[in-house]
Design a protein around this ligand. Sequence first.
Ligand code: NAD
Length: 352
Amino acid sequence: MIFVTGGAGFIGSNFVLDWLAQSDEGVLNYDKLTYAGNLNNLKSLQGDARHIFVRGDICDQAGVLALLQQHQPRAIVHFAAESHVDRSILGPGEFIQTNINGTFSLLEAARAYWSALPDDEKAAFRFLHVSTDEVYGTLGPDDAPFSETTPYAPNSPYSASKAASDHLVRSYHHTYGLPTLTTNCSNNYGPYHFPEKLIPLIISNALGGKPLPIYGDGQQVRDWLYVGDHCAAIRRVLAEGRLGETYNVGGWNEMANLDAVHTLCDMLDKLRPKAAGSYRDQITFVKDRPGHDRRYAIDARKLERELGWKPAETFQSGIAKTVQWYLDNQAWVQDVQSGAYAKWVETNYQNR
Ligand code: NAD
């Protein structure tokens, strides 16, 4: 079995669903269920004995160690994090606690568990840390894309906390020999994306007839990757990645935010036309985010060269799937937005 942290979040839940669709190997899904964790994402696994869910905090070192010893996973895939840049600006404390202290605590539990394994299992064990391209900071218009050797220069409390966690993971490999792997990925989009992030926010505001907020001039450039492609990259790195290495994961889809929003509006115009006009009419420019990075671009050639991974989706094909998913799953969005899910967690997980 594998031990997944943060498997009720956006990417984690896509990963768990994808993993169990392709393998009979079970998943122990360990998640604190913060506002961003949503067990509705995993509804299709109800009654599936291969999926065990445990609500818990990665900062609880003793609790994590006990679970590792009880379930004997052959790998840890670490998604759990506070992940929203705007929230990190308003309140960085949680980001330091979960992303830095939590990763440290998880590494300590992993090290204690791993050191006691028999030699063959010790050699086969993997700790895969899922991280972001935001640790590299920002690029000028003519700079080469981020590679694995680009110096770290994080600009937000979120990216700084992820950078610190990447360094801790690296140090556990070099100091203790823990068999670690790190992936640094660009912006993901796809099903089950919490509607505070750009793409799901735009889709749900567009459908709700609300303004589509664009920070500053909308010319911030991001690389976009369909979440299913990210999950495939993680599986590949877990299976074949070289120990102690980091792998950049990207979609070769550099695009200004405003262009991404135009693409979304055009897709919605086609799939769910308005009575009059275009969804583009709802675009509204708002005050820019402080310290907003101007451009991210990822050079993912190492992953392609060494492990043969390439994204399967283009931005157009991935966005078409995503918009269709949101149109088909409006109840999921409404549940999250109305707070119904948060209330359910409070009722069902009291005193656990
Ligand atoms: P998310 O915010 O949707 O999900 C995070 C999950 O972690 C939630 O289920 C939450 O309940 C859980 N969690 C938070 N704190 C916890 C704690 N202390 N203990 C246990 N669980 C906890 O995030 P996401 O977008 O799915 O991102 C997952 C990972 O991928 C993060 O590490 C993020 O930095 C990284 N990443 C995200 C993107 C992106 O575009 N979303 C891109 C690259 C890398």
